[in-house]
Write a protein that binds this ligand. Structure first.
Ligand SMILES: NC(=O)c1ccc[n+]([C@@H]2O[C@H](COP(=O)([O-])OP(=O)(O)OC[C@H]3O[C@@H](n4cnc5c(N)ncnc54)[C@H](O)[C@@H]3O)[C@@H](O)[C@H]2O)c1
Ligand SMILES: O=C(O)[C@]1(O)C[C@@H](O)[C@@H](O)[C@H](O)C1
Length: 314
């Protein structure tokens, strides 16, 4: 399918609210059974008195074929869904099922939110707005003149784009797969002529971290099943803010080490809440409140910890 770009800058285009409508949306991806995003949307809909159903469209349960992503987008449109969130491994693959892409999603080459308004499937990206909204809420006016980012995958692209959009002056991107960092830096640099975006080897960022304003982890290192820290904790210093996008767990080894060093710290919770709040507004046309959604997120995290404790006692 030939994709059209939406004309001009178009951050978020909410639809006109309709109080009598029951919204039906879903999350398309693999390994999503434990995702907290459906619960975040439903809690916000309940709070606002909006009739809302959020379904899981789990590729694993459908035979595990990521190649079906675009076909499933078209099926959801035919079935009357109002929209979809999209996650790994489908954020690129769904694009063949779309009519249009927002300018941001086009630059990022990744879609995490699809709206089906007026018979057109439009791909958006709320990961980058989610990150920067959470960053400003959690770290306030933290400086971004010089930032080191480790990880240049899907989340890394969104975070780098968000930081550059917010005016980052010098952004160093490192990835264990050096070509990923190079291609992300090369893709973003032309869109931000007033910023310096460079790729660096992971073993060559120590000096930059010592003088940087901030460090962001967008690798999976520190999430459940991927223990450790993406950089040597000895490089952290009190003048550095540290952000981690991982939210399972919220308290990663990097977050803990950064707190111990006296760094200002942001965990991955606000980004996941921010992407969900922006997607909710795109789906419904009704503004979501990120603070209420953050509270719902923390309740869900606590509940899942209690379930795990109960399970381990049984
Ligand atoms: N908070 C949120 O809203 C949010 C959103 C998306 C992803 N995430 C989290 O972000 C993490 C990354 O997800 P993704 O979709 O970008 O994954 P991805 O696989 O697309 O990208 C991860 C990147 O990290 C690199 N990497 C791995 N180990 C490394 C190391 N030791 N040093 C340097 N680079 C390394 C990989 O080469 C890859 O390029 C996951 O933990 C995911 O759960 C959080
Ligand atoms: O919470 C998740 O499961 C998500 O996968 C997180 C992130 O990938 C978002 O872009 C998706 O909308 C939802």
């Amino acid at each position: 399918m030939m994709l059209q770009a939406l004309a001009g800058p178009q951050p978020l285009q909410p639809r006109t609210p309709d109080v009598h409508h029951r919204f039906v949306v879903g999350l398309l991806g693999s390994g999503i059974a434990g995702s907290l995003t459906p619960g975040l949307h439903e809690a916000e809909a309940d709070r606002l008195g909006v009739a809302y159903t959020y379904r899981i469209i789990d590729l694993d349960a459908l035979g595990g074929q990521p190649g079906r992503s675009a076909e499933l987008v078209r099926s959801a449109a035919e079935l009357g869904y109002d929209g979809l969130n999209v996650t790994h491994p489908s954020k690129q693959l769904v694009q063949d099922g779309l009519d249009e892409l927002s300018p941001d999603a086009r630059i990022l080459g990744a879609v995490n939110t699809i709206t089906f308004h007026g018979g057109r499937a439009v791909g958006h990206n709320t990961d980058h707005t989610g990150f920067i909204g959470g960053f400003r809420a959690g770290l306030h006016s933290a400086p971004i003149n010089s930032v080191v980012q480790v990880g240049a995958g899907g989340a890394g692209a969104a975070v780098a784009y968000a930081l550059l959009n917010a005016g980052a002056g010098h952004l160093v991107i490192a990835d264990i797969e050096a070509d990923r960092a190079e291609s992300l830096a090369a893709r973003l640099a032309p869109h931000f002529p007033n910023s310096e975006v460079v790729a660096a080897r992971t073993d060559a960022i120590a000096g930059t971290i010592r003088t940087a304003d901030g460090l962001v982890n967008t690798t999976p290192i520190g999430m459940t099943g991927h223990p450790g820290t993406p950089v040597d904790p000895h490089l952290l210093h009190p003048g550095l803010w540290v952000a981690d996008v991982i939210y399972r767990p919220l308290e990663t080894a990097l977050v803990t080490a950064a707190r111990e060093k006296g760094c200002a710290v942001l965990d991955g919770g606000r980004m996941v809440v921010g992407q969900a709040a922006a997607a909710f507004e795109l789906f419904t046309g009704i503004p979501a409140d990120p603070d209420h959604m953050l509270a719902a997120f923390h309740r869900a995290v606590s509940a899942s910890h209690s379930d795990q404790k109960d399970g381990s006692r049984r």
